[in-house]
Design a protein around this ligand. Sequence first.
Ligand code: CA
Length: 364
Amino acid sequence: MTKHLNISQLLMALFLVLFLNPINSQKRIFNYSDGPYVFFEGDTTQIYWMKKGKLELATYIDSIVQREDAPQINDQPVDFYFDLVQRDIPLDHQVEYNDIPKVAAISDIHGQYDIMFDLLSSNGIIDDEGNWHFGDGHLVITGDIFDRGDKVLEIVWFLIDLERQAKAAGGKVHTLIGNHEWMVLSSDVRYIHKKYRYVSALFKKQYNLLFGHDSFIGNWLRSKPIYVKINGTGFVHGGISEELFDYTNMEDLNTIYYEEVLSQDTLKNSALADFLTNTESPLWFRGYAYEGEYDERRTKKLLKKMNADRIVVGHTSMPNIFSINNNRIIFIDSSIKLGKGGEMLIVKGNKFYSCDTEGNQKRL
Ligand code: CA
């Protein structure tokens, strides 16, 4: 409980805890730990987490949860906390960033928290404790932190804390939306790990409702961009197809996605919404990976339309990070999802490096 409650707040909190007690007496059907899941109800912030298959609840009257008051899950690889639970999360829609001294990117983590941690720590983005170590650099997560693996929430809370630390150091974490984030938000649960089926059952809620408009993580996800351009390099989960320019432009892409797709409970019945969620859309497009589709001429023409020098994409899984057309298209989904290792991208000036979990950096 927060430390500065008055008597009536304390009684109310006690009442809420007792009232919701039946949840706590539920039979343990599995041993997973997960969470926390944060929901807003009226003036209260309710934080649920699971310890060895048992759902626990804390109710906070404040909307700000101090670090020392936050629940922690002891058997997770690291203790994770959150400092600030805000109801209004500012939209992270700025498209262009210039003169950024250091840039790194990692993609398609898919619940593989440990591999992500190894990549970031071996390559100087975080220290051994998981704290931001990249100064005024920018780290881009090019989508698909959700689905497949079983440490999705660990990644979410890690990134929320890392964002705060990066900002304080003059840097930034850009968490881009991938098709799997949208799939979860729109209740396509085909790819969730079985752990989350149990979580969903324990909550007696459809999985997507754990990330609804009354939830902190849901609002955090919805605030995220689709596309960002740093020092002339564009980053997007799937890719930018020429068809996109029939519907919108790069400057409006983040806002349009928010308005048409991410902020909606059911997809709008419009040609634009259809495009934004089909296989030619920035979240699903795989065209660059088809051999011979994007030669240098077509790539240059596309990049000119995008007003970018190059594009970095995830989504299409490869054994290693690699590039085509003189580093104009860089593929960075290095199959982290298989749980066996992977690579991340580091940009130093005009040089691009694929970096592994041992900290080996190889120039592209
Ligand atoms: Ca994907």
